[in-house]
Design a protein around this ligand. Structure first.
Ligand code: NAD
Ligand code: TDX
Length: 339
């Protein structure tokens, strides 16, 4: 089988590529990535040594380039991870989010239609459901929860989901959509909460917690997400949405304190800063559909996963230090300088 993975030089896409190369050595993996600030070819250096892996630097919005790659590689399945993925950046500058996340998805699905009704999977997010109140732990997002987005990022992801389902209904394109909760693990770009706090704590820099730190996210180890996507692509029902999450809700402040403990750093590094605009209070996924229909269950506990993650960042300092010492400095100054 030839599988085309877009956004494979980013966090989850690269983990997915390594998962596929390990589990299905007979498959060919084709990666398409624009290598934006969030994409890093060095992440794929071990994959690039493999005969059954090929990389194309291309923009998913570039119809001509994408069609050429489809013509050459003839993929049987496309898994779309490529996206602008950072909520704070979408608040500062939404346009590229609409372009990549919506129009890019459309180009890929048009290519799937044109080159033989190729199987298409859209990697989406729980953020399309908006947020839940902090004082109603009984409420969880199901696949039936109405779409109610808060940020330009989540609005663009929701638009892409709806477009994917429209391509299923209108053109019969074999489509599935997964909506996962917050991931963590190796190769997570340092602008996101967990790697940012690890990098700052290592450097004894302030740990900027938005608002009161009481916002809740539902954390899943990235490998469990990869396994869920693989199951959906191979066994999922076409035209369906699957929620993915491991019942692991944590307050941001507790995550940051945990990282301080893991790294033996004082909590006095924590600095409460101005809140994110439109900041979602709580995310919590009900994963019962994927568990019931496909037998998926998360395998890595949060305690194990966070320890593995901290260890990974400590043993791969060159990977993230190169990032935080580059263009990222300007981003950091703009985002946190006067906060
Ligand atoms: P990421 O920002 O780490 O990686 C995105 C990758 O896409 C990068 O390699 C980047 O170069 C590439 N890319 C961006 N624009 C592109 C374009 N126009 N053409 C080709 N490539 C392009 O993101 P991530 O955290 O790995 O997220 C991957 C997907 O999973 C996204 O669709 C995101 O919405 C979704 N998701 C993420 C999480 C999470 O917690 N990180 C949770 C649920 C869903
Ligand atoms: O410096 C920070 N301080 C802080 O308090 C950062 C970067 C974040 N936060 C808070 C904001 C959120 O409540 O931590 C929480 C997590 O923030 P992010 O890591 O930016 O993730 P989030 O906004 O929850 O979105 C993530 O999960 C869903 C991914 O980035 C999305 O791509 C995914 O769809």
């Amino acid at each position: 089988m030839t599988i085309l993975v877009t956004g494979g030089a980013g966090f989850i896409g690269s983990n997915f590529i390594y998962f596929l190369l390990g589990r299905y050595p007979q498959d060919k993996i084709v990666c398409v990535d624009k290598l934006t600030y969030a994409g890093n070819l060095s992440t794929l250096k071990d994959a690039l040594k493999r005969q059954n892996f090929v990389f194309y630097k291309a923009d998913i919005c570039d119809r001509g380039e994408i069609y050429k790659i489809f013509q050459k590689e003839n993929p049987e399945a496309v898994i779309n991870f490529a996206a602008e993925s950072h909520v704070d950046r979408s608040i500062a500058d939404p346009e590229v989010f609409l372009r990549t996340n919506i129009l890019g998805t459309q180009v890929l699905m048009d290519a799937c239609r044109l080159y033989g009704r190729v199987r298409f999977h859209q990697v989406s997010t729980d953020e399309v459901y908006g947020d839940l109140p902090l004082d109603r732990p009984d409420l969880l997002f199901t696949e039936e929860t109405p779409i109610r987005t808060s940020s330009p990022y989540s609005a663009s992801k929701a638009a892409a989901d709806l477009l994917a389902l429209a391509y299923y209904r209108t053109y019969g394109l074999p489509v599935t959509v997964s909506r996962c909760s917050n991931n963590y693990g190796p190769y997570h770009f340092p602008e996101k909460l967990i790697p940012l706090m690890i990098a700052n704590a290592v450097a004894d820099m302030p740990l900027p917690v938005y608002g009161t730190g009481e916002n809740v996210r539902d954390w899943l180890y990235v490998e469990d997400h990869c396994k869920a996507i693989d199951l959906i692509v191979r066994k999922g029902k076409l035209g369906e949405v699957y929620n993915v999450g491991g019942h692991n809700e944590r307050r941001n402040i507790d995550i940051v304190k945990l990282i301080c403990r893991e790294l033996d750093k004082p909590e006095s590094l924590i600095k409460f800063v101005a809140d994110r605009k439109g900041h979602d209070l709580r995310y919590a996924i009900d994963p019962s559909k994927i568990s019931r229909e496909l037998g998926w269950v998360p395998e890595t506990s949060f305690e194990t996963g966070i320890r593995k993650t901290v260890d990974w960042y400590m043993t791969h300092r060159e990977w993230w230090e190169e990032i935080v010492n580059g263009e990222y400095r300007n981003y950091y100054e703009k985002m946190y300088g006067n906060r």
